[in-house]
Ligand binder design. Sequence first.
Ligand code: MIG
Length: 676
Amino acid sequence: MCMIKKYVFGKTIETEAVVLSVQESPLSQFPFLGQNEKTFSFSYKMGKNDKVYGLGEAVRGMNKRGFLYKSKCSDDPVHTEDKSSLYGAHNFLLVDGKERFGLFIDYPGEITFDIGYEKLDELVIHLNDFNCTVYIMEGDTKTQIVREFRTLIGQSYVAPRWAFGYGQSRWSYMDKEEVRSLVAFHRENQLPMDSVYLDIDYMERYKDFTINEETFGDFEAFVEEMKEQKIHLVPIIDAGVKIEEGYDVYEEGVKAGYFCKKENGDPFVAGVWPGRVHFPDMLNQNARAWFGKKYDFLLEKGIDGFWNDMNEPAIFYSEERLNQLFVKLQNYSNKNLDIQSFFEFKNLVETINNNPEDYKSFYHEMNGETLRHDQVHNLYGYMMTRAAGEAFDELSPNKRILMFSRASYIGMHRYGGIWTGDNMSWWSHLKLNIQMMPSLSMCGFLYSGADVGGFGANVTEDLMLRWMAFGIFTPLLRNHSAMGTRRQELSTFESITEFKNLLQLRYGLIPYLYSEYMKAVLENSLYMSPLSFEYEEDERASQIEDQLLVGDSIMIAPVYEQNAKGRYVYLPETMKLIRFKSLEDKTYEIYEKGNHYIPCELDEVLIFLRPGKILPLSKGGMSTEEIDFSQLNYEVFGEECSYTLYLDDGISKEYPAKEQWKKILYKNTVIMTENQ
Ligand code: MIG
């Protein structure tokens, strides 16, 4: 029985977020109050104990109640709790309380979610106009509602298994030598690693699909050299295309009319990294097909992974605004600036980037219609990543390509994962990372993670250790940091042995993590979830905001406070704690249901194994290729335990069906494996 209801308001823009066709319900049955003619808002009265989950990439806790959120893909590197928007627009909510339902608002413009902000118990959703599709999902459990939603939006993107290895990044590695010595350090010190990320400086003057010949010349041979070391190079691609005579991407785009246009039909000019750029019209199917094919420039050189950046799209300035600004600034020269005029003056320069007026000044051609950018703003990063994803289906039909993006909208989860953008080396951002992961799972962004250690600001060694101790559970495990910050590569720290142990544990966990990830993809379930999704009736569990279930077998309770030597952990049932100092060095403790203070040193990782469950572990490896999936050890808790292990070759696009998954049983002290 279909538990999804669909309500179509006004004249909607087809976002292709949804893949399932659902019959429309009459608007007279729409269960919420308060629509009006010009803009659209509706509200729901929340019960005192209702929890509201969802919104994917957003600030604050797992329970989103108590704040005002906006879906508006934003290039904002300061993710403090007063911010309403980050890079993604994930319009999914799950209300859990006196009633239980999911809500997806398919609308590509800005939406406001007031979840008990104006009034403690009111949920108000507000749109700028009246054209949207609202889906309402009902189910007996939260997991079931998520499953319905995910069935509606289609199967998540599948990353290659090597992308579960450790990735090292920095803005930027400036030349081949720098990359070589980084890799040598890892290999010499037995620090497992699978990938090195190339930020904007591998390009020639920040031009997409070019190579800086001076610093990364003979690139193909370099890619090959790295492959021999079992390292995948992952270059960045930016949304803006540099305006430069003789640059093929620019010239082809202009000729074919593939760039976003101003009202007068000229291509829109924005300033980003390379200076003046045009934005490919990713919403235009032909432009998208053209841009997607460009990735072949790098695929041909042996590259098999990418990250798409600046695709909100970020605008440092528009040419028009910059010109106006210089004129306006003249008015302030040689003036006696008082408080008001001084702040006006300051504001003029400060508001030049990502200015809302600029987003109203260019247009897309989408399915034969001309649409002003702000109406469809949240689709840009999605469609850029879709451009690549659709091209990969043709250019690399049998081999998975790693792809993740900064900006996103629901629907993009079918083409790539996301990283959560420019966080900071703050303890609060480690916590944010923990709290955001399950919301991303709900929205189908399964291959995701944050910049481990933090992107901006200076990291400290203890933060790096604690963050890594959490990061080893996220599908994307990438240490990335900004230019100008303290170096964050593992070679900069004294705790080399500790990092080695953490990474080896990660590689030990990969058979389990990958299996749980693939099952979440294929069964539309969560990879990481709040405790309340499993322990539905446990009121205390529903208030736990800093522990997670990772897949079916384990719970984690990361330490995210500086100088803490342990933390309080709530156990919703009796569990077996495995305290890992390293993959080999581990001890066991049994904890009963309830609250416990559990010590955890800087060099320890706590994994709580649930009763009746099994945690498979490999013997590790220096790269994912070295992991022996046929030689697993099994941690068990209880007399009788079972686990379903998903295995595949990690690279092809054929995924074994459920009947072929491996059933592992533990009974009478012996492990038996069989095909289900
Ligand atoms: O405005 O390419 O989020 O990961 O290192 C900064 C440079 C542009 C933003 C990305 C970050 C990347 C940086 N980019």
